[in-house]
Design a protein around this ligand. Structure first.
Ligand code: ADE
Ligand code: ZN
Length: 332
């Protein structure tokens, strides 16, 4: 089974590029940029130090501060996609945050062209296909969200396939971001939003009521509302589920209490994702292995998950069909 899971062509739809930077790489990039990272960012064993959701978001911001150029973005993209390709991930969509780049003095164009070069290099070297979802940061508010979406729409790039939002779910309301998302949707971008991770089912209701989304980041707290689960299934709203992240952030106390099996039984489309791999000591491949073990999933279940993920991806239909075909042809 281990080998079958390893060989299965897998798909990642939910990772934050700045959150994929391994501690050693963050230190290396910081050193070459003459930046001193806060020593409190690291535990004695070298991994990132944080204790709860707010301190995780702070640590994430600290790690991002090592970046200073498009080349840094190129390197972190390449390293992330290389790690994915080693686990037979054939397609990865990653969230990127122009607000974090701006904070580091990096322009939108430099950030995007750096990431695009990393994507090209990784496809050439490993065959993996990468694409970009531009995100705004919820706790920076809707006015800043408007800046981000306008920048994205005014500077189109073929690898930018979608728009989303991360950050603190308790800040502002989703209704306040309706205009931001309207602009992305009108310009042809597919949309996703973090909801139902920290907050309850009402946040998922708000997402489907106010935003033109076809996917939700996490959404796992829909489990507390039968009617909502029916709605997600009916509307074919895909949930980007990140079990390892949920357990690390204590959204659920243990694997037994994680709702993924119940959500799957409701025929809601889902994927398995890493979110911020080194922060949560995971990878997308690890999520497949852990889910097989703890949720008692067989290789055909995992193949179905990979196929659901590819179908929910934001890439153009030609590449999507080719990769769906590749997953369907997988022989365990
Ligand atoms: N940014 C990075 N990871 C995140 C998460 N799990 N939730 C919200 N915002 C994030
Ligand atoms: Zn996330």
């Amino acid at each position: 089974m281990q080998d079958q899971i390893h060989r299965l062509p897998k798909v990642e739809l939910h990772s934050h590029l700045e959150g994929t930077i391994r501690p050693a790489l963050a230190k290396e990039i910081a050193t070459r940029n003459n930046i001193t990272l806060d020593p409190n960012l690291f535990q004695v064993n070298g991994s990132y130090a944080w204790s709860d959701f707010p301190s995780f978001l702070k640590a994430y911001d600290s790690v991002s501060s090592c970046l200073k150029s498009g080349k840094d973005y190129q390197d972190i993209t390449y390293e992330y996609l290389k790690d994915c390709a080693k686990e037979n991930v054939v397609y990865a969509e990653t969230f990127i945050s122009p607000d974090h780049a701006a904070e580091c003095g990096i322009s939108y164009d430099d950030m995007i062209s750096g990431i695009a070069s990393g994507i090209d290099d990784a496809e050439r070297d490993f065959g993996i296909i990468g694409r970009i979802i531009v995100t705004c940061v919820r706790h920076l508010g809707p006015t800043q969200g408007l800046n981000v979406v306008h920048t994205m729409v005014d500077n189109p790039h073929p690898y930018v396939v979608g728009f989303g939002m991360g950050g603190d779910e308790n800040a502002y309301t989703l209704e306040e971001f309706a205009d931001v998302y309207k602009i992305a949707k009108k310009a042809g971008y597919k949309c996703t939003v973090h909801a139902g991770e920290i907050c309850g089912p009402e946040s998922v209701w708000d997402a489907i009521k106010y935003l033109p989304i076809s996917r939700i980041g996490h959404g796992v707290n829909c489990i507390k509302d039968e009617k909502l689960m029916g709605e997600l299934q009916q509307r074919n709203i895909h949930l980007e589920i990140c079990p390892g992240s949920n357990l690390s952030l204590s959204i659920f106390p243990d694997w037994n209490s994680h709702p993924l099996p119940s959500i799957m039984r409701k025929s809601i489309s889902i994927s398995l994702n890493s979110d911020d791999p080194p922060f949560f000591n995971t990878t997308v491949g690890q999520e497949y292995h852990d889910s097989a073990k703890h949720f008692n999933l067989g290789i055909e279940d995992l193949k179905q998950i990979s196929e659901m993920a590819m179908k929910a991806s934001f890439i153009d239909s030609k590449i999507k069909s080719r990769l769906i075909d590749k997953i369907q042809k997988f022989q365990s």
